[in-house]
Design a protein around this ligand. Sequence first.
Ligand SMILES: Nc1ncnc2c1ncn2[C@@H]1O[C@H](COP(=O)(O)OP(=O)(O)OP(=O)(O)O)[C@@H](O)[C@H]1O
Length: 525
Amino acid sequence: MTQPAPAHPPHNDPSAAPRPIVTLDHVTKRFPGVVANDRVAFDLFPGEVHVLLGENGAGKSTLVGMLSGLQTPDEGGILIDHREVRIASPARALELGIGTVFQHSMLVPSLSVADNMALGGPWWSRPDRAGVARRMAQVCADIGVTIDPAAKVGTLSLGEQQQVEIVRALMRGSRVLILDEATAMLTPKGAEDLGALMGRLTRLGIAVVFITHKLNEALSFGNRITVLRLGRKVGEIAPERLAALGPAAATAEIIRLMFGTDAGAPADAAPRRARPGAAPLLVIEGLAVDDPAVPVERVDLAVAPGEILGLAGIDGNGQKQFAEALAGQRPLRAGRITLAGTSLERLDVGARRAHGLRYVTDDRLGEGTIGGFAISLNLLLKQVGESPFWRAGFDQPEAIAAHARRLVGEFDVRTPSIETPIGKLSGGNIQKALLARELSGAAKAVIFAKPTYGLDVNNIRATRQRIREAADRGLAVILISTDLEEVLELSDRIAVMSRGAVVGVVENDAAARGRVGELMSGVTA
Ligand SMILES: Nc1ncnc2c1ncn2[C@@H]1O[C@H](COP(=O)(O)OP(=O)(O)OP(=O)(O)O)[C@@H](O)[C@H]1O
């Protein structure tokens, strides 16, 4: 009897080059205005954890989306066991042996583990509970996890729920597991357990694609690392090389690849300098915010007039909670906010605005505007009832229209009329209207939250120009962005937020890119 070939032949046997289980053959995927994946080549080998790294928007989710059936490539092909396949749906991906676990559980919390296992599977129409239980016990034993089949999923920790999802995928015959930011919401212990589980899976020959933003996880759980940047594959570190490099050299190489630290400053960067010696205009001391997902802990920042302070960080590290608390949209647990000598922390949104604090939200349609209302009214959304636009409770149509006409002209909002419902405008024009509202009048400090997110190239350029102009007028500017290029292009100094805290503030000089990259990746100096 012949022995089955080992899943991953030893590398010292030159005749037995390892065969990928999955190949993405130079796949390209475009969305309006962006090439999310640009001719990316990606091989996945059995028995390996292949880590995908890259900044927000680098193209990681798009790449794995093509494997899990959520996206189809515009160009290039997908091969499984060297045969070309089309993965048009998640169901097809499962049939082909590819299971996906997301950062948020996809299980039904009110059902038991066993019922979740049966749900949607081939047993649903003809439930064979004993059979399901037997298979589940076998898979759990194979991969070394303990799960009570009778437990209600809602009572399990997020880490345990992910184990259930992994077991479910394996019960359905998955040989490839995609873990898309699966550790993002886990405790350090939960992440450690998942890492150990990945190790046991690979020993069974399973291939794992693991997306993370944390370099320490990439290095301790991963065998092979691919780095994406702006939709392109910029590097791959194979297992032998990864082992030979060791953690410190591997970290340096990955940061160089991820953030392009060889690239220097962006081409059109014109570092601006706050007026030397100017006293800070906006001072934030010990700001703390309660939040179940990401509490913000003791943020201290000071911004001078005419200064742009970039706030960089991976999305979801407390930037939004911080910005909303600053603007008065969320209660503070502690802290002081002083603008031009006035304490703002006890004031509501309207009063903070009246003192010159402005906030350009990233949620343009949800929180920033009322889609069904006229542009003219949206331009006054935060001044309803105030004179000269309202008098004795009555609106003053002429004053409202004159204000709108002036701002629409000044900020180049392209609209058929000032009475057009703002929701009918393009994203770029809605952003122009928001900028008009927040930057007009007696503004002293402004917080921009991801101001160019989702805009096309022209609108990105126009928005960045408005940000520069605001600083040139002497406003104190906080620029929150997950796009490091943007932060480097516009900022005087750069603060980095991670897990709800500011983990460092650096001058925007030649060394900033590398230093910010390290702080964003959780690498401590
Ligand atoms: N459905 C979509 N429609 C339009 N653009 C999209 C869509 N999905 C992704 N994009 C864009 O494609 C680019 C790559 O996004 P993708 O989500 O793959 O990046 P990512 O590396 O997974 O980022 P993150 O770490 O933030 O999850 C981004 O510019 C994103 O805005």
